[in-house]
Ligand binder design. Structure first.
Ligand SMILES: *Cc1c(COP(=O)(O)O)cnc(C)c1O
Length: 426
């Protein structure tokens, strides 16, 4: 059913070209579907790598992009500003947990986190008490740049770059029952030396395997950070914009981070844009007659007006449409369908965090490089569904417009997957 492109000069991300099948060409998209040039439809059950929230080519976002493109395409953002960036920043501050007062724009999740780490270290240096130690969770993923790889888990993905990575203190992932161990490790790290910042993916670790953890633990982490004067960085690049059931995951813990990283769903998944929100104190630490205290970061397309207009349209959708209701419905749809897998011997660790559902196929060779991953992906594609299991972890993260019927096709494919994949067939 799928069209495979001929040999091409394109070098694809996270792709071993020697063994990967040729990429599938996509010519269009609408709602929860991708469309090939031949007109075949593929259900986008992973929101095109977690970015598309409301659905592909949302008419309001598309209209905002079109309108803005005709007015102002791009302008340098140092010494200049524009309405879409100003309005979006105000809206973000209004929607974010209370206490976040400033918005720094960049263009991807990785840069949002990179900016967060630089803000944290800048804060400590500019306030005259330099701290550089970063604490992160085991299995964390924060991006693919050198700084964000440093904060993320080490493995086959970054082995070649290891000498470039800086050292961070890693605390255990707060798995159910192991929360206290994590909190104790965090406290021990804070006692051992001055810590600049703790960085976490609130409530669910994405690329690390869709690992779910409790909001109470996040609240407790905030208290420990306060006690030791440690900045809390919430990487909500994936969890933001409703994925966990609330607009931002931090809300469920009643926590305001000192720095909040947003990207992926910020434009509804239509254009690349990121925002790093900071507390007043962090901004003030850089606010000075001394030019050396400037926050030295920029990318060419910082606050691109068209991307900001898409972000504003996304926020208008959140304000005008019952998005949270849609998300609540999707959450209970997952609940109902996941229930059947709880007793299925071929799966383990059936779990959910809001609109994200995940379960592990029991295989002998677990881990990302497990054979199961690519075979599962191929299996789902042949059923017209885009899934990209993390090794043997199958997850569903569909756009919020997905219908119960569409979700049913995904879950019946998951049900059929184990027999087919484990037997080695298709
Ligand atoms: C995807 C992701 C990133 C990186 O975002 P990019 O836009 O791919 O650079 C960072 N942190 C988390 C938690 C993510 O899921």
């Amino acid at each position: 059913m799928t069209s495979r492109a001929p040999r091409s000069p394109v070098w694809h991300p996270f792709t071993q070209h020697a063994i990967a099948p040729a990429p599938i060409e996509i010519a269009g998209a609408q709602g929860a579907y991708l469309r090939t040039p031949e007109g075949d439809l593929i259900l986008d059950a992973i929101s095109s790598w977690w970015v598309v929230t409301h659905g592909h080519c949302h008419p309001r976002i598309v209209a905002a992009i079109r309108e803005q493109a005709e007015k102002l395409d791009q302008v340098i953002f140092a010494g200049f500003t524009h309405e879409p960036a100003e309005k979006l920043a105000r809206a973000l501050v209004e929607m974010a947990p209370p206490g976040l007062a400033h918005v720094f724009y960049s263009d991807s999740g990785s840069t949002a986190v990179e900016v967060a780490l630089k803000m944290a270290l800048g804060y400590w240096r500019n306030t005259g008490a330099p701290r550089t130690r970063v604490v992160a969770l085991e299995h964390a993923y924060h991006g693919d740049t050198v700084g964000t790889m440093s904060a993320g888990a080490r493995g086959v993905f970054n082995a070649s770059y290891e000498p470039l990575l800086f050292d961070v203190t890693r605390v255990p992932f707060p798995a159910a029952g192991g929360e206290q161990e994590t909190l104790d490790a965090l406290e021990a790290a804070c006692k051992a030396e001055p810590v600049a910042a703790l960085i976490v993916e609130p409530l669910i670790l994405g690329a690390g395997g869709m690992l779910v953890w409790k909001s109470e633990t996040l609240a407790e982490m905030r208290r420990i950070c306060d006690r030791y004067d440690v900045l809390l960085i919430a990487d909500e690049v994936m969890t933001g914009w409703g994925r966990t059931g609330t607009l931002f995951a931090c809300e469920q813990a009643g926590v305001t981070p000192d720095i909040l990283c947003l990207a992926k769903g910020l434009t509804g998944g239509h254009l690349p844009l990121a925002a790093t929100l900071s507390s007043e104190a962090i901004f003030q630490a850089h606010y000075s007659q001394d030019r050396a205290k400037t926050f030295f970061h920029s990318s060419s397309y910082t606050a691109n007006p068209i991307a900001c207009a898409a972000g504003l349209a996304n926020i208008a959708i959140w304000r005008d449409e019952p998005v949270l209701e849609r998300i609540a419905k999707l959450t209970s749809m997952h609940e109902r369908r996941l229930a059947q897998f709880g007793t299925d011997e071929t799966f383990a660790s059936v779990r959910q965090c809001g609109t994200i559902a995940a379960l592990d196929l029991k295989v002998e060779d677990a881990g990302y490089l497990a054979n199961a991953g690519p075979r599962l992906m191929e299996f789902f594609l042949n059923k017209g569904i885009l899934m990209r299991p993390l090794g043997n972890t199958i997850y569903v993260m569909a756009p919020y417009c997905v219908t119960p019927e569409q979700l049913d096709t995904v879950y019946s494919a998951i049900g059929a997957a184990s027999a087919v994949v484990l037997s080695g067939g298709r």
